[in-house]
Design a protein around this ligand. Sequence first.
Ligand code: FAD
Length: 496
Amino acid sequence: MKDEAMTPLRIVIAGGGTAGWMAAAAIARSMGRTVDLTLVESEQIGTIGVGESTIPPLVGYNRLLGINEAEFMRETSATFKLGIMFDNWKDVGESYFHSFGMTGKDHWSAGFQHFWLHGLTKGHAQSYDDYCLELIAAREGKFAHLPGDQANYAYHLDSGLYAKFLRRMAEADGAKRVEGKIGSVNLNPESGDIASLTLDAGQKIEGDLFVDCTGFRALLIEGALHVGYDDWTHYLPCDSAIAIQTESVGLPVPFTRAMAHDAGWQWRIPLQHRVGNGIVYCSRYLDKDAALERLLGNIEGKTLVQPNFLRFAAGARRKQWHKNCVAVGLSGGFMEPLESTSIHLIQRAVIRLIRMMPGGKVSARDIAEFNDQQFQDMEQIRDFLILHYKATNRRDSPFWRQCASMEIPDSLAQKIELFRETGRVFRRNEELFAENSWVQVMMGQGIMPQSYHPVAAKLTDDELIKLLALLRDNVAKSVASMPRHGDYVAQYCGVK
Ligand code: FAD
């Protein structure tokens, strides 16, 4: 066997947004001198400038990179996030939480929802929310690191500052940064692989493996390799957004807000120094001016920047890895930020790429495996997002009527109907959103199971009452011991 690993693999990352620098930092740190890493970015083009709400696996990603959490939070103005509060999704005027925690205590044969449903029919159970630590802490605006990572959390962060933070790490670990605009992508005429990038200033950057992090432009994977795009807008019809930042009003809460309106929804994401706001909407039912007016009419605090107008089409590149080019971030596809999954998909792609890093020649088997795994992630997330639109009582606008009547993937229909009939939900193939998430969102959107697992009835009334009370008390006691989230962040990060 030829020892190709002795020659450093030349990796070129095109683009330096969140995707580019997340890839650079992880590759530089994990691969060390086995790679020769270059990142090209253009300040003139800039980054998309949104992406502030994350999900718990990012905590693990940062730990993997050896990042000190308090320092990272200070540098990125981050706050803690325990979940998302959904307003007006099931019906106008109704709210629910999708929190990151476990609710109650599962039995190996049946999830907690079955015991809770049994308790409900007997008149012993209280709100399903009361059995989830993260949910109650979020609602009360509290946070603390609990022993044994008991509370599952993520961050709200300034993604531009996160990219800068990672850039410092990547450069310290040997990544080279080149400033300049990529003018052309040059292919090897025989293999069809990417051979090099030529910058407008004339510099040519050659490589063995190219990571396309050029955002919606997808300069390499689409512009040069034309892999095509699977359009999912028939499932996720929102195609526009406007983002704006405002001054903080009061202490930051440890949750994202997703407030539905008659043609989409609006987000509110509290950071340490400001609040991120944005409206996501379907341009078929709401025009740009009306969307801006609605957004401005529903924000608190002084605006800090001009509105950022964005257009997108939900979907995924047909190949995430093709030839010697891997798409990471928006170049690989996009689904609206309803469950804050884009940065997570970057993380998944980067880790996957590192695990399948070529030792020389790129293997077609690795490419096929990477594409399968990446697609599975995206389709599972897509189904979870569609659930929020499909399972609704709202019929008050053409947008919601379209959502309620749309065809959905069979995989999702099976999940919804199984839960409705039996209260069961199963996590398949390491799905990102586990049973707890599905149960919270399905019940939050108004799907109540018609029956539950018979094992729940094995408890006597007395045992059931005691179990439910104990679980509720444990949650209430833990939350009572937590400080206010804003105070905790300030103390933890050492900021005044
Ligand atoms: P970009 O930030 O667009 O970076 C592209 C890079 O490529 C830039 O450095 C640019 O300069 C460079 N580039 C492009 N063309 C060239 C060229 N010709 N030459 C040289 N360089 C070039 N994600 C979440 O996880 N949570 C959220 O809450 C969230 N909210 C979002 C809200 C909206 C409305 C949108 C649209 C997205 C949101 N996202 C969110 C997604 C998130 O913003 C992105 O996943 C993330 O920022 C990564 O973007 P990127 O690095 O792929 O692209």
